[in-house]
Write a protein that binds this ligand. Structure first.
Ligand SMILES: Cc1cc2nc3c(=O)[nH]c(=O)nc-3n(C[C@H](O)[C@H](O)[C@H](O)COP(=O)(O)OP(=O)(O)OC[C@H]3O[C@@H](n4cnc5c(N)ncnc54)[C@H](O)[C@@H]3O)c2cc1C
Length: 223
């Protein structure tokens, strides 16, 4: 959830994170930052129950150029060392791609959003989606659907249409935002670390905060 801090229209979500932190501290939960949970560490601490909430990682598509200095992961936009050029192409029109487009357009970038499916932000809820689409239109974000990113070059993102015709979308920065994958390998490595192991949140399936909180709360009730 570190990503929400710098995005102006996510301040309520950031507030929720700070509120949860305050509630944990008040309830006497010991919070250890910069501490990687490994099988050895868990065995040393010997908890009765281990709750795994390891989260998800961004998917890196298997197209040439994702290692180019022009390519940036959508989840990395809030990192101070990540420089974003004036002309930006966003690869992927899911929620993260659309919100990244709004955020960057609000900063005065020229943004084009490329999505291979028929539509964008399909996973947004019925109240959120029209607002998001209006914001994209008001900020003059160019939206290209049925357009598939096939390689990142030193000029931008090359895409194909339904007929296989190639078009170059020029960009100083290509923001790669094609989804998240659950950190299943990390979970699997910890499944035998404690007598009882419970999995919650995005490490089971990448979803949203509501689902992660719901599962986490019910895991707590069950213990
Ligand atoms: C860019 C982006 C924007 C999003 N925006 C929204 C939004 O607006 N609204 C919404 O509802 N949802 C949003 N989501 C989804 C939401 O962030 C997740 O559903 C939610 O954070 C899942 O919570 P979690 O606790 O399962 O995982 P996370 O919040 O990802 O937390 C997992 C934590 O575990 C830590 N960790 C991993 N492995 C280890 C280890 N071995 N040892 C110690 N720590 C470890 C990680 O560093 C991380 O801090 C967004 C996701 C992304 C990527």
């Amino acid at each position: 959830m570190k990503c929400v801090k710098v995005i102006s229209f996510k301040k309520d979500l950031y507030g929720l994170v700070k509120n949860l932190e305050a509630q944990m501290r008040k309830a006497g939960v010991e919070i250890r930052l910069n501490t990687e949970v490994t099988q050895e560490r868990v065995e040393r601490e010997a908890p009765d129950v281990l709750v795994l909430a390891l989260g998800a990682a961004p998917i890196v598509p298997s197209i040439p150029g994702t290692d180019s200095p022009r390519a940036v992961l959508g989840t990395g936009l809030s990192e101070p060392k990540v420089a974003i050029g004036k002309k930006v192409v966003i690869l992927g029109g899911g929620l993260v791609g659309c919100e990244s487009a709004v955020h960057l357009a609000q900063q005065g970038k020229e943004v084009t959003l490329v999505e291979m499916m028929e539509d964008i932000a399909v996973e947004a809820n019925v109240r959120q989606r029209p607002i998001l689409l209006d914001m994209l239109a008001e900020l003059h974000v160019k939206v290209k659907t049925r357009t598939k990113g096939v390689r990142i070059t030193d000029q931008g993102l090359v895409c194909t249409d339904d007929s296989g015709n190639e078009t170059l979308f020029e960009a100083d920065t290509v923001v790669v935002s094609v989804g998240q994958r659950a950190l299943r390998e990390a979970v699997t490595g910890l499944l035998d670390a404690a007598p009882e192991v419970v999995q919650v949140g995005d490490c089971v399936k990448p979803q949203k905060v509501t689902e992660a909180l719901y599962r986490g709360y019910h895991a707590g009730l069950d213990i």
